[in-house]
Design a protein around this ligand. Structure first.
Ligand SMILES: *[C@@H]1O[C@H](CO)[C@@H](O)[C@H](O)[C@H]1NC(C)=O
Ligand SMILES: *[C@@H]1O[C@H](CO)[C@@H](O)[C@H](O)[C@H]1NC(C)=O
Ligand SMILES: *[C@@H]1O[C@H](CO)[C@@H](O)[C@H](O)[C@H]1NC(C)=O
Length: 774
């Protein structure tokens, strides 16, 4: 049995239990943190949108943020502080030309900043879409001011025309490597290095076929290379597969790479890459399903180690609408580089009429090896530059840039799979935990404006938390990490956010601190707080791999609160577990409380309706969390319910909101409000339990944990106070969105019973692998 089973819910293939181990895992975040302005420092400028380009200038303590028609210089330590800004707007003439070509004046014909890179002279290279006429410029920050030099460099091939098209770029030694489309229609893809002599891709579908560019990264492969190898630039993208014998279009994920020293060929491949090689990248989420599509990558290198130990983390989403899973796979750079350096090539073979099949090339491979960088061996043969490469080698690579072998992820499977909220961006931070081991913590932005924090502990997926960064929810378009400030920077259409790697204070008990399995956090017995490891000199309690909360000292017993009821009245007793993985239940006077028409068990509490004298007693809310090590039971809430003194009128019909302050007097409005909430809850509960049928099936929507999951007591109660109507415990039927992140939070409670009505749609498309013979 898989070690994940206890924590992450398996969505089994119906009738295919034998596939259990290959079936996708759907991991639920242990903690859901709703939006709160204290979650992050936020930057947003009135009337300005699309904050999707960032450059960290740690040397200047700046975050440069590119938006629509503007660039901002923000304080790297608190991005809500704007230090400078510069506008870069399109002229009326440019806008008119753009609209004359049929583009929309408000959405397309603006200048979207797409490139911000640091140059060797410390200036900043900046490019924008410029009303479908991309342009680049130089920018400097001096004396608290951002200035554009207005050089008006042509941005074709560097920056996209279309602000909605994806692109990738990187600056290496003052050379811009870019992957974008170089024409107005967006139909001419190019991967280019802008240097004194620009080098680009051949315009052939075997090189790039309707690509979507994702990201670029450089790799210092010349370091300590005994072959005299060159540094490389890697490109990640997806494209329509040329090698697929399928009836429908099939999109695959790719990694390509070029050598930094590539100068193109002399006759063949003049001013074109002689080292452009690409391979398919797999992230097998479910067997025999369409391949997943790469969306973003993060290069993780240990500064103390060789480049061969670097990893690429990548996120993937499905290409079919039938699935709403997202996944993370990780790859060893050495595995990728080995495929390019030693793997077989694919070659096109004409079959029948005008049809080409791609198969493994098994003939002789020319020397020097096609696509290889110039190395010692080539130099020995008198080939010092790619310009000296023989035509045979160049012709071979011109026709066969695709490797036969696909790149497989570490462990051969995803490190994380999650249903719902589509992953958009990822960064990864390696942290030394209290156990002396290093763990890679994944921070993943989603389309719903949340950020997941997840770890894979020896094959076990675990999502520590999901934090809502933007309200209204806005897709996360960029994520950056500064190892100087230790902060994460996220951008969306609405604004930018800055968050620390960890907010340990969200755990208020030792058990919660330990069960959160956050490698940044530990429980400090001396002060009774969950604190960051780096901030403490003391030995902290932490158990990230085993989640062993028995290391915790015994918690102080809770003091019961004393709400009152009156005959015929209603009372809500509050109880919210800090964990979505815990199950809560109630007991009265030591016996389990069974739900009935008068006792409604809600996600966040217990509702006693139409109370009678016999309802007094000691009510305890018990949370049971199954961790890897053990089952942990805690009392989350404790109430001594008594009868209100007759005639006092005190405490009538209140939800005991802040029991620590004792009951407060509320007006008639609150009573009415409560009754409405109660009625809605009752109705919803009945819908949910199926006592009253719904016209649509809502149970699916319940799979996700709630965004309004438990936070600290105060924030939760604040929310309750300010918006009692928001406290809809069971809104399952009302959420029609594709993603169910905001549906009621019964995930932890009902996941098991819902397993049976899940269907995994297997796509009918066949995805034919390459090694088949003709
Ligand atoms: C820019 O932001 C606006 C407002 O959120 C959004 O509607 C639009 O789609 C965004 N444009 C691009 C190119 O992302
Ligand atoms: C390559 O470089 C070596 C040493 O730098 C030089 O002796 C040789 O002539 C060069 N070969 C060519 C073809 O330029
Ligand atoms: C941050 O990362 C850069 C390169 O990624 C490295 O050179 C530098 O030493 C790191 N700084 C710290 C404080 O870790």
């Amino acid at each position: 049995m898989h070690p994940l089973l206890p924590l992450c819910v398996f969505w089994l293939l119906p009738l295919a239990l034998t596939l259990e181990e290959d079936s996708p895992l759907d991991c639920v975040p242990r903690r859901s943190v709703p939006y709160h302005r204290d979650n992050a420092h936020i930057f947003h400028e009135e009337g300005v949108f699309n904050y999707s380009t960032m450059l960290l200038r740690e040397d200047l303590d700046l975050l440069l943020l590119g938006a629509r028609e503007a660039v901002y210089a923000l304080d790297l330590n608190d991005i809500s502080k704007k230090l400078a800004s510069v506008k870069w707007e399109v002229t009326q003439k440019q806008q008119d030309e753009c609209t004359n070509k049929g583009k929309d004046s408000e959405t397309h014909c603006k200048n979207y900043i797409r490139i911000l890179h640091q140059m060797e002279d410390n200036k900043i290279y900046v490019c924008g879409t410029n009303a479908f006429d991309p342009e680049c410029d130089y920018m400097s920050y001096k004396d608290g001011k951002l200035t554009l030099e207005k050089k008006a460099e042509d941005g074709k091939g560097k920056c996209p025309f279309d602000p909605f098209q994806r692109y990738a770029s990187i600056m290496v030694e003052n050379n811009l490597y870019s992957a974008t489309s170089m024409n107005f229609l967006g139909s001419e893809p190019i991967v280019m290095r802008s240097s004194p002599i620009s080098i680009r891709t051949e315009f052939k579908s075997s090189w790039l076929h309707e690509p979507t560019f994702v990201s670029m990264a450089q790799m210092p492969e010349s370091d300590l290379s005994d072959m005299g190898d060159d540094d490389k630039v890697y490109l990640f993208f997806s494209e329509t597969a040329v090698e697929c014998d399928c009836y429908n279009k099939l999109v695959v994920s790719r990694v390509a790479r070029v050598c930094k020293g590539d100068l193109g060929g002399q006759r063949t491949l003049q001013k074109k890459w002689t080292s452009f090689l690409k391979a398919r990248m797999d992230c097998p989420v479910l067997e025999s399903q369409l391949p997943y599509i790469i969306q973003d990558t993060y290069r993780l290198c240990d500064p103390q180690k060789n480049w061969k130990d670097c990893l690429f983390y990548a996120i993937f989403t499905p290409q079919s609408e039938t699935s709403d899973l997202s996944a993370v796979c990780a790859y060893h750079v050495s595995d990728i580089s080995k495929v390019f350096a030693e793997g077989k090539y694919k070659t096109p073979v004409p079959v029948a009429t005008s049809f080409v099949k791609w198969v493994m090339y098994s003939g002789d491979v020319p020397v020097p090896r096609p696509g290889a960088c110039i190395d010692n061996e080539a130099r020995k043969a008198g080939i010092n530059r790619t310009l000296d490469l023989p035509d045979r080698t160049l012709q071979f690579i011109k026709d066969r840039p695709l490797m036969d072998q696909a790149i497989q992820p570490i462990r051969g499977m995803p490190l994380l799979v999650r249903r719902g909220a589509t992953f958009t961006r990822i960064i990864v931070n390696r942290v030394l935990a209290a156990d002396g081991e290093k763990h890679d913590v994944m921070f993943i932005g989603t389309e719903e404006g949340t950020m997941l924090k997840a770890v894979n502990y020896d094959g076990e997926m675990f999502i520590i938390e999901e934090v809502q960064l933007f309200q209204p929810p806005e897709s996360i378009k960029i994520l950056k990490f500064s190892n100087v400030t230790g902060q994460i920077y996220a951008g969306s259409d609405y604004g930018a956010a800055q968050i620390p790697l960890a907010t340990c204070g969200r755990s208020s008990s030792c058990m919660d601190c330990v069960l959160s399995r956050d490698p940044y956090c530990g429980w400090d017995k001396a002060v009774g707080k969950c604190v960051t490891l780096s901030s403490s000199q003391r030995k902290l309690i932490q158990s990230v791999k085993d989640a062993d909360a028995s290391l915790c000292p015994d918690a102080d017993p809770m003091k019961p609160m004393n709400p009152k009821i009156w005959p015929g009245g209603n009372l809500k007793l509050h109880c919210s577990s800090p964990s979505n993985l815990a199950k809560t239940s109630w007991e009265r006077d030591g016996r389990p409380l069974i739900t009935s028409t008068r006792f409604q068990l809600l996600r966040d509490g217990l509702l006693i309706l139409n109370a009678t004298g016999s309802d007094t007693g000691r009510y305890r809310c018990i949370s049971v969390e199954l961790s890897k090590a053990d089952k942990y039971t805690t009392t989350v809430a404790d109430y001594q319910v008594s009868m209100a003194a007759s005639g006092s009128g005190d405490g009538r019909g209140i939800i005991p909101q802040a029991q620590r302050d004792g009951p407060s007097v509320v007006g008639l409005q609150a009573v009415v409000g409560l009754l409405v909430v109660g009625l809605v809850a009752l109705l919803a509960w009945n819908f949910y339990k199926g006592h009253i049928p719904l016209p649509w099936n809502c149970r699916k929507k319940n799979r996700e944990p709630s965004q309004e999951g438990p936070n600290t007591d105060t924030t939760y109660q604040d929310a309750l106070r300010s918006a009692p109507a928001e406290d809809k415990p069971l809104v399952s039927g009302t959420n029609n969105g594709r993603n169910n992140n905001h549906a009621g939070g019964e995930a932890a409670f009902s996941a098991a019973e819902e397993n049976d009505d899940l269907k995994v749609n297997l796509p009918s498309l066949q995805y034919i692998d390459d090694e088949s013979d003709i």
